[in-house]
Design a protein around this ligand. Sequence first.
Ligand SMILES: *Cc1c(COP(=O)(O)O)cnc(C)c1O
Length: 488
Amino acid sequence: MQFHSTRNKETYVSSSQAIAQGLSSEGGLFVPVSFPKADWESWKGLDYPHLAQKVLELFLTDYDKEFLLKAAQESYGERFGGKAGYLAPVAQGTYALELWHGPTCAFKDYALQLMPRLLVQAKKNLGATEKTLILVATSGDTGKAALDGYHDIENVEIAVFYPDHGTSEIQRLQMVTQEGSNVSVYAVNGNFDDAQTGVKKVFGDRTIQEELAGRNIRLSSANSINWGRLVPQIVYYFAAYFQLVEKGALTMGQKANFCVPTGNYGDILAGYYAKQMGLPVGKLICASNKNNVLTEFLETGRYNAKREFYRTSSPSMDILVSSNLERLLYHVCGSDKKVAEYMSRLAKEGEYTISPEELTAIQADFACGCANDVQVAQEILHQYKDNGYLCDTHTAVAFKVAREYGEKTGDNAPMVVLSTASPFKFPGDVLEALDQAAPEDDFQAMTALEQFTGHKAPESLACLREKPVRFTAVIDPVEIADVALGTK
Ligand SMILES: *Cc1c(COP(=O)(O)O)cnc(C)c1O
């Protein structure tokens, strides 16, 4: 399989190159030149790593198949406690695809456990000997998932920057207690945007890049625009579907709907790829929080990022520019020129509007909805009281949107809600939603949530209490460049 940029379909690259490079030189994202049609029915009954191998080998054709299997086994075996792609029944016709049984308790583990292995192998495939320096600005989840994935990976260093006082206490401790000889973590004075802007400046600075190149170091990013982060997420749509068949919720070939709590449009787009590969997916339902730029887009065709930014109880979805939407635009309009024009308008004017035909094509596959924090809290309570199901704030956004979709359309195909984080990652918000007093301290809240629900907090979160803090530096955004150059 070859890949080209969403903004230039003249130049082709291999999958190794797409993964090693991340972003195309003119700013576009890499997409596969076609959707591989798969004999997917024959995959039923495979364990998760073997299923992953089947999906990965269709896209990563310059990787050895045995390598892909081994990488999937190392990523999704023990580290997910045997629960990779686990589908939990919630209510009649409704299921939760629990994607938070990995080491950092958020779905990003699916991509970030595998991606480091893909990157190391990509460099081998390309004969590249340079050291990779990964810089990550994070509002919480991505930073820890990337640290866990990249620690002690050969010839890679990773530095993570989070806003000082801008993450939850648990998220902060997950990062500053990270083990490994090739990792570093910095608090940045300012908010997430300040950290992000500081990192972007380094990526855009030719002098820094040349200085590093002289030392055989190449900068790279771990965020979700890399194809290597998207492709692992296709796998669990297949895994969920086969479990629906096994449970007798549908027969092979009947359609299932998926509702996805969405930020950067990476997770839901993986479902679109699964559908293009032949999986019987009905609607992919895009669930947003109060930052509902995608709801407006999917309803009207107008993407308008010029709006107030809200901090919500589902922080990993607090996003106004959803990078992966660019890939969908390309697949729908098929024109690199048009995508480049939309993206340039977005950069210059903060908005763009697609044609009515393009909107119709998108609406054939995607539905949408949104929920504010009050509705999220109500939904957590409803799911717990009426279905005995405990969910986190992000997943609750999707439960609410999925329910409304069913009521509005009468579509009664089985509904799979992607559950993207453990409720114990946000214990205070979840406790309050359950009408319980929430202690200020996150660990006390974790204990209180355990006592109230009888569920056990994941060990990787509970053990943070005892872990030594390794990183205490607080820097200014301009100093991110010094970190990259190794002078800080
Ligand atoms: C990142 C994240 C999301 C959003 O996923 P996208 O691929 O960015 O759309 C949703 N929920 C949680 C818990 C996340 O960490």
